[in-house]
Design a protein around this ligand. Structure first.
Ligand SMILES: Cc1cc2nc3c(=O)[nH]c(=O)nc-3n(C[C@H](O)[C@H](O)[C@H](O)COP(=O)(O)OP(=O)(O)OC[C@H]3O[C@@H](n4cnc5c(N)ncnc54)[C@H](O)[C@@H]3O)c2cc1C
Length: 475
């Protein structure tokens, strides 16, 4: 390829595409290079099990995508994206039978009302955050800087910094609210006794009420397709099937933005980066992996509590103690017998996902980094526990271990879907300590993946902020 570009983006995950769009919007000529044959990274869909069953191999539920200040400003609906809001964002059954599930609804009041003695405390915790969700999200989804809403940010920060277990046990009196919060905080993929694990519970909770936990009609690939459609309308170029191995193979450009993690950047850049920065990147820590299951069913999941069928996402793990024990075990390098399972049932709300009367299930659990262990039985046992008879409905299954997830997407080092641990130490210093974390000591090289702030999830904000830094260089 001989053409010269203002900027080249390596990797086409949501952050790579967000970076490419931001640069193209500013009038730059941009090329995106994707190593795999399909664009999208963790934002794709495929018929993984049987014809007509559309699964999401990675991300499926998009509160961050819909709430993202960057995505909200793009005309994605014009390029075919339609968000579907399930009747309720989340259900969390506790296993004691009919009508015991905690249901998180869009309405804060309706949700609180189901929490019994903790109704008032839940409202007190969430209300100020939910009322100002857009402003707060703008401050949270970026690098550490002076917040635009300092009071709100301080209020959030004072609670967010706590361990989830400590916060849930001291604030809530009953198991229902405690278990709910533990499930939300488990998205942190770290022990719930760790500082900052509460931040994930708060953020996902406020998003459930403020934004919803929507799914894209037709699957996550539709978000990618809309991003690509818009990018191409701005004149952007894309090439697939080109796994970049070294800098010398890249066409000339003023800036290179890498939608990859520090370990891959070190391999690609060799000694071009100074030794001190290389040392920092080599100390970057990766977290636990995940084991993923996609199922084709001949009918809906037969939940013991029919309220679970109202929710797009269901958290399966029982009580706070049980969930916390599972997450601790994973961190110690063990595979819990009863893992915390995150499950989505998109076809209940989107008929395009499966043939008439049939259904899809998307589920995963956390496992130690680099685990080759098959968790299918344990995940299915957790579903069966809250939906007796569920296994009889399985028509076909597709699974990926943590090791296989890295083969599917090289950014998932050891199966780590957040591209690096998001604990207190690394959340604010990812990928290395620098005034602008997206820059490197080489003025042409930038990192734009979820290994930079604000971290994992489909929101495009790492890409957006990296592109802002690169624009200063290109200009
Ligand atoms: C099972 C699972 C469930 C998830 N669920 C959710 C969810 O419900 N909601 C949510 O918000 N997030 C979810 N996530 C996380 C989300 O998918 C990621 O945080 C997000 O995709 C990260 O975006 P990214 O652009 O940083 O990187 P990625 O999406 O990982 O994209 C990186 C891209 O770079 C390409 N690449 C890597 N190396 C090279 C190279 N050398 N040359 C060329 N191309 C290269 C890769 O092939 C890939 O396409 C989930 C992830 C997984 C695996």
């Amino acid at each position: 390829m001989t053409r010269q570009y203002d900027a080249i983006v390596i990797g086409s995950g949501p952050n790579g595409l967000a970076a490419a769009i931001t640069l193209a919007q500013a009038g730059c000529s941009v090329l995106v290079i994707e190593g795999k044959e399909t664009i999208g990274g963790g934002l794709r869909s495929a018929e993984l099990t049987l014809p007509g069953f559309i699964h999401d191999p990675c991300s499926a539920v998009h509160p961050l995508g819909m709430g993202s200040p960057f995505f909200r400003g793009l005309p994605l609906e014009r390029f075919g994206l339609r968000w579907i809001q399930p009747a309720a964002p989340l259900a969390h059954p506790l296993g004691s039978g009919e009508a015991d599930a905690v249901l998180v609804e869009r309405s804060l009041d309706a949700t609180a009302a189901r929490l019994g003695v903790d109704a008032g405390r839940y409202r007190l915790l969430m209300e100020p955050l939910v009322e100002n969700w857009a402003g707060l999200l703008g401050d949270l989804l970026g690098p550490l800087s002076v917040p635009r809403h300092p009071l709100l940010y301080a209020r959030f920060g004072a609670t967010a910094i706590l361990p989830a277990t400590g916060l849930a046990r001291s604030l809530f009196k009953a198991e229902r609210a405690r278990a709910l919060f533990a499930g939300l905080a488990s998205h942190s993929i770290m022990p719930l006794e760790r500082p900052l694990s509460a931040a994930f519970g708060l953020t996902l909770g406020l998003l459930a009420h403020g934004v919803g936990w929507p799914i894209p009609e037709g699957g996550s690939q539709r978000v990618t397709d809309a991003l690509v459609g818009y990018f191409q309308s701005l004149g952007g170029d894309l090439v697939t099937g080109w796994m970049v191995k070294g800098l010398n193979e890249l066409p000339k450009a003023s800036a290179y933005l890498f939608d990859i993690t520090p370990r891959q950047l070190l391999q690609i850049t060799g000694d071009r980066l100074p030794a001190g920065y290389q040392r920092q990147l080599s100390r970057f820590r990766y977290g636990p992996g995940v084991f993923k299951v996609d199922l084709a069913l001949d009918g809906p999941i037969p939940w013991a509590d029919s309220n679970c069928a109202l929710a797009g996402t269901v958290h399966l793990g029982g009580t706070l103690d049980e969930i916390a024990a599972g997450e601790r075990a994973v961190w110690r390098g063990e595979h819990p017998e009863r893992p915390f399972v995150l499950l989505a049932q998109q076809s209940l709300f989107d008929a395009s996902r499966a043939p008439a009367g049939k259904h899809t299930v998307w589920a995963y659990c956390h496992v130690p980094n680099g685990s080759p262990v098959d968790m299918t039985d344990r995940i299915e046992a957790q579903i069966e526990r809250f939906a007796p008879g569920f296994r009889e409905h399985i028509l076909a299954r597709h699974t990926r271990s943590a090791v296989q997830l890295e083969q599917y997407n090289p950014n998932y080092i050891g199966g780590d879907i957040n591209a690096g641990v998001q604990d207190l130490r690394q959340q604010f210093t990812r990928p290395a300590i620098r005034p602008v974390p997206y820059t490197t000591p080489d003025p042409q090289i930038f990192l734009c993946s979820s290994s930079t702030p604000p971290g994992g999830g489909v929101h495009g904000m790492c890409g957006y902020h990296a592109a802002q830094a690169a624009l200063r260089r290109v200009r």
